[in-house]
Design a protein around this ligand. Structure first.
Ligand code: HEM
Length: 490
């Protein structure tokens, strides 16, 4: 157990507001691969090893699949609105089943060629405004998911803002009551966090209901494109077990889940490729030899192990969710002689798992080779299938494992493949790959950094523009004026 604890409060005073995952790992290095502490009367357990997390959260999923409530987002467990935050209840079961249908049911056919089309747009936007690279990477993820969810990209700017607001609302380093829960007991008039959450929630409801109703209208007019919302209405009434109110949230939440999350490894990809040009060169050589004058598609994935290794190493080196997402236990339990009381918040500490020295030698080093060279413990054959990001521990454990992995794979492979195929990136700042050069919310990404971006050659520039002209003709939704921050919230 941790020393110097204040009864009830625990060691809250020792937890830094920023990059708290680094402190949690330091404690784990000192106290062992599983340790616990009370924070404001709640018991918290941190798990530092992937194998232990599988044992507890996976094999004993029947008692470890609940979620802790989020103090600054009242009702997060119970109101049937945010699938990843729901308790282990009926709404979670219903929405998880719906998630399976829309995300995993027909993986290979369900993305409607969107990653390739939107990647073509991304290249153009990056060339037009390289300094805004992070905005365009996020726009790529937001447009992709908006189109999948509703069949139109027009609200991607609002969705991105909505995703950021919820992320801020649920992050320990976002709204203060997530660290000091008792603040939420203040009456509403004296409680800026309650007022902010009410405002956020009202705006979100307006968005989700509005987008749902737009799909309904388009369905009635016969103009609706395939989408998750349409899938809900196309199904036999009642087959998902929830009505239109919950459907608006089930689709809205799923859309929101795909914005900041994928944005993080996309930004890390740029950061790593600028920082480690030798790997960017290897990647470009691989893509040139496999694809020649066209960018890679998902069908090329078996012949692109270097691309897969770079993406997987990015997830490991700079995990998008370094604290992991906690599960809550619903019964007392003993694991390997270690008592875990009912109601514990169990944190699979991704930052520590991805730095486990037995699995990842020289863990602080960026080494895609660890997935490609037989001398590393993580190497696995055949290289046509491995490495893969599927089921990486960053996607969580047991019954609450992430439902979006295939989509993440498709978006990252296609966008990062297109960037490496088309663009030259060059460091122009004193970049230091320090772990604290990342933001501190629950989903983290690199702070802005400077680099030079241009087409790899004149010929490649011509290919990029010609590809874009064809893509626009085939898919008019690619031309959109809704790229800027002109949304309702301004
Ligand atoms: C790099 C991108 C992503 C990362 C790193 C990520 C990570 C995670 C993590 C850590 C969890 C919690 C797992 C647990 O509790 O054990 C989770 C849950 C979830 N993710 Fe993802 N995710 C990503 C992208 C996506 C996308 C694109 C979608 C959907 C479009 C998605 C949908 C979900 C859902 C629905 C859950 C909740 C599952 C549940 O609570 O039952 N995720 N994700």
């Amino acid at each position: 157990m941790l020393e110097l604890r204040i009864p009830y409060i625990g060691r809250v005073h020792d937890i830094p507001f920023k990059h708290n995952w680094i402190k949690f790992k330091e404690w784990g290095d000192k106290y062992g691969p599983i340790y616990q502490s009370t924070l404001f009367g709640e018991n918290h357990i941190w798990v530092m090893r992937e194998s232990i997390a599988h044992e507890i959260l996976g094999k004993r999923g029947a008692i470890y699949s609940d979620r802790p409530g989020i103090p600054a987002v009242p009702g997060s467990k119970s109101e049937g609105e945010y699938l990843p935050l729901l308790g282990f209840n009926d709404a979670w079961k219903r929405q998880r089943k719906f998630g399976h249908t829309i995300l995993q049911g027909n993986y290979h056919s369900s993305y409607h060629n969107l990653p390739a089309a939107e990647s073509s747009r991304l290249l153009i936007k990056l060339l037009e405004e390289p300094l805004e690279y992070s905005h365009w990477l996020d726009q790529y993820t937001s447009r992709m998911i908006c189109r999948l969810a509703y069949g139109f990209p027009d609200h991607s700017v609002d969705l991105k803002k909505n995703a950021f607001d919820l992320l801020f609302g649920i992050s320990p380093s976002g709204r203060l009551p997530n660290l000091l829960p008792h603040l939420m007991y203040l009456p509403k008039q004296l409680n800026p966090w309650k007022i902010a959450e009410q405002k956020r929630h009202d705006w979100e409801k307006e968005l989700y209901f509005g987008w749902r109703d737009q799909v309904k209208r388009e369905m009635a007019e016969g103009t609706a494109k395939p989408s998750w919302m349409k899938t809900y209405y196309d199904a036999k009434e009642g087959s998902f077990g929830f009505g239109e109110h919950e459907a608006a949230y089930a689709v809205g939440m799923m859309a929101l889940a795909g914005v900041q999350t994928i944005g993080s490894p996309l930004n890390t990809f740029m950061f790593a490729m600028v920082q480690y040009p030798e790997w960017y060169e290897k990647l470009q050589n691989e893509i040139d030899s496999v694809c020649g004058s066209r960018p890679p598609s998902m069908a090329d994935a078996p012949r692109l192990p270097t691309l897969r290794a770079i993406l997987k190493e990015g997830l490991r080196w700079r995990p998008p969710v370094p604290t992991g997402i906690p599960h809550e236990s619903v019964e007392d339990d003993v694991w390997n002689g270690y008592f875990i009381p009912k109601g514990s918040h169990v944190h699979p500490l991704e930052w520590a798992m991805s730095r486990d020295p037995e699995v990842y030698p020289d863990a602080e080093e960026y080494k895609p080779d660890r997935w490609l060279d037989p001398k590393f413990p993580t190497y696995k054959e055949p290289l046509s299938a491995y490495p893969t990001i599927m089921n990486h521990h960053q996607f969580g454990f047991g019954r609450r494992i992430c439902q979006g992995m295939e989509l993440v794979d498709a978006e990252l492979m296609t966008a990062c493949g297109a960037i490496a195929w088309g663009l030259s990136l060059k460091k122009n700042d004193d970049l230091v790959p320090h772990p604290k050069g990342y933001t501190s919310l629950l989903i983290t990404k690199p702070e802005p950094f400077g680099f030079e971006l241009k087409p790899r050659s004149e010929q490649r520039a011509e290919q990029i523009y010609s590809m874009w002209r064809t893509a626009k003709k085939d898919d008019p939704q690619l031309v959109s004026k809704y790229d800027r921050r002109t949304a309702a919230w301004e």
